[in-house]
Design a protein around this ligand. Structure first.
Ligand code: GLY
Length: 552
């Protein structure tokens, strides 16, 4: 499996890599005005909300990994949605105690968590931004009023989601024309309601969203969702807090690979995969080696076994945070990979990481579905933003108010509260709790300095996409564009997902020969990465989406 010959985008001063050209260019315009990476992050996110509404926005949540160049410090911000105070652990069980069908749970108010993205943008901007708040919000207001061209991807997704998206009138009226036909690619789309919401936010800051008419409209939309109302209340919005957390880092070769800890499983699971691979010569084996992919696939399965048992919102559930990346623990788990064939199903069980709580937890089998958006920014002062942002499922809960879609993030919780043996599942619903995520915004450090920002959408496959991109750059010496374009092979729960129509398919038979179940299909990552190299900035945008890396 060869790397493509693709060249990365190059820049000397600053760069934005994001899932839509209008959003990336709006971020770059802010950098040109003298804004820093955090200013550009606010603008890029708000424009993404408008032009890629199905993936992320102020109706959802986000995780930010940030390198603050002035302080020389890496930190993370958790803007994950919370379950409303009125949520009960049986939120996703029917009257007989059985889990609801996935889309019965998703579509409507039941799945909507308290959004965190806007407070994350506002608070980090208050702390680190250089331009004033109104200046960074204004570009999205102008674009919402002036209109933008519907992208081919947005058109295709409206077509695919037609029946669900038509269920509630506000989304139906926005995404379909008067004849009920999906908006066509290239059509000019304006969003006056979003312009009004953002005008309120520009004037009042986060309070313009978490209190007053915008908050009231969100709550009314959720509570009155016909057939599937939710329990989000004004007090949930007023009480929402962003949490600053220590980054979770794993030393891999000469690098520190750092990312978002719980409630995301991202950095821990990516870190476990790399930690389990550390004793093997992945660099020497190379990207065409079946052995390399056997090791990556089985390392990933072992990491997912631990993820299913131990990872959840650490503010609610005791977790072996340090134990899961403990060197001796990973070295002992790594020995399981020393055979020649795929691990037998029975050998892919959670391990026993060092843990000061003797807790017997059940295993969560929830699978997050592909959605979400990732963007990376580096500014002229050396600040680095790596942010993954989501409303969960494509088009979230399908509820829309104020010109933006509301998330369905609560379906990232386990629907079941206990496993078949009656053990509590760590990722079960509780009031105020944050659902476990797979989002893995990452910054790689070398000798205390950032060298790479990377992340991807893709539900629980995010972890595999990010691990693969890291291996491609750090072990296989690919540039970030080659890493973003590299065909995917992802293993989470036993089956090797192999990207159809790519060179990855050549590895399907050899992997079957080693005992893996293999399935070919689309693997829609959205990797947006920036490498900080001695030659300058190099950007990569996933060719599977519409994104770009641009800079100056
Ligand atoms: N909803 C996608 C994730 O948080 O992993």
């Amino acid at each position: 499996m060869r790397a493509s010959s693709a060249e990365p985008a190059r820049a000397k001063k600053f760069m934005v890599a994001a899932a839509n050209p209008l959003a990336a260019e709006a971020g770059v315009a802010i950098l040109k005005k003298g804004g820093n990476a955090i200013d550009a992050m606010v603008t890029t996110q708000l424009v993404l909300n408008l032009v890629e509404p199905q993936s992320s926005g102020i109706g959802g949540g986000a995780f930010l990994v940030f390198f603050d160049a002035k302080a020389g410090r890496l930190t993370t911000f958790d803007g994950r949605e919370t379950a409303p105070a009125g949520a009960d652990p049986k939120l996703f069980l029917d009257e007989a105690g059985d889990p609801l069908e996935f889309y019965d749970a998703v579509v409507g108010g039941r799945s909507v968590g308290t959004p965190g993205t806007l407070r994350l943008l506002f608070e980090t901007h208050e702390r680190f931004g250089a331009l004033d708040w109104k200046t960074v919000v204004q570009p999205a207001i102008d674009l919402a009023r002036g209109g933008f061209d519907v992208s081919p991807r947005l058109h295709d997704l409206i077509v695919e989601d037609g029946d669900r998206l038509k269920r509630f009138s506000v989304a139906r009226d926005y995404f379909f024309d008067r004849e009920g036909e999906p908006l066509k690619a290239g059509m000019r789309l304006k969003n006056e309601a979003f312009a009004e919401t953002l005008t309120t936010i520009a004037e009042k800051g986060a309070e313009g969203f978490y209190e007053g008419p915008v908050a009231e409209a969100i709550v009314a939309t959720v509570q009155n969702a016909e057939g599937n109302p939710g329990r989000l209340a004004l007090s949930d919005l007023a009480n929402y807090r962003v949490v600053e957390r220590e980054p979770v880092c794993l030393t891999y070769r000469v690098y520190d690979v750092c990312g978002m800890g719980p409630p995301s499983s991202g950095a821990l699971t990516v870190g476990q995969i790399l930690g389990l691979l550390a004793p093997f010569d992945i660099a020497g084996l190379g990207p065409e080696s079946v052995k390399a992919w056997r090791l990556i696939g089985d390392a990933s399965r072992l990491a997912f076994a631990d993820r299913g048992r131990y990872m959840a919102d650490i503010d609610y559930v005791p977790m072996p945070l340090k134990g899961l990346l403990d060197e001796a623990y990973l070295a002992s788990r790594s020995k399981l990979l020393e055979g020649e064939r795929a691990l037998a199903e029975a050998d892919v069980a959670p391990g026993m990481p060092p843990f000061d709580h003797a807790m017997l937890l059940g295993d969560d089998t929830a699978i997050e579905f592909p959605s979400t958006s990732h963007f990376s920014i580096v500014d002229g002062a050396g600040n680095v933003v790596s942010i993954t942002t989501t409303i969960e499922n494509g088009f979230g809960s399908r509820l829309m108010t104020g010109g933006f879609l509301l998330n369905n993030e609560l379906t990232d919780f386990s629907f079941e509260t206990h496993d078949a043996d009656g053990r509590v599942i760590a990722n079960a619903v509780a009031p105020g709790k944050r659902p476990r995520s797979s989002m893995a915004p990452t910054i790689v450090m070398r000798d205390g300095k950032p060298v790479l920002a990377v992340g991807s959408p893709g539900g629980s496959r995010i972890i595999g996409y990010v691990a693969e991109a890291l291996i491609a750059v750090l072990d296989w010496n690919m540039n970030v564009q080659q890493a973003a374009a590299l065909p995917h092979l992802v293993n989470r729960f036993g089956t090797f997902d192999v990207e159809a129509g790519t060179d990855a398919v050549k590895l399907a038979e050899p992997l079957k020969g080693l005992g893996f179940a293999v399935k070919e299909g689309d693997l829609n990552s959205g990797i947006h990465a920036i490498a900080i190299t001695p030659r300058g900035l190099e950007g990569g945008a996933d060719p599977r989406r519409e994104g770009v890396a641009v800079g100056e």
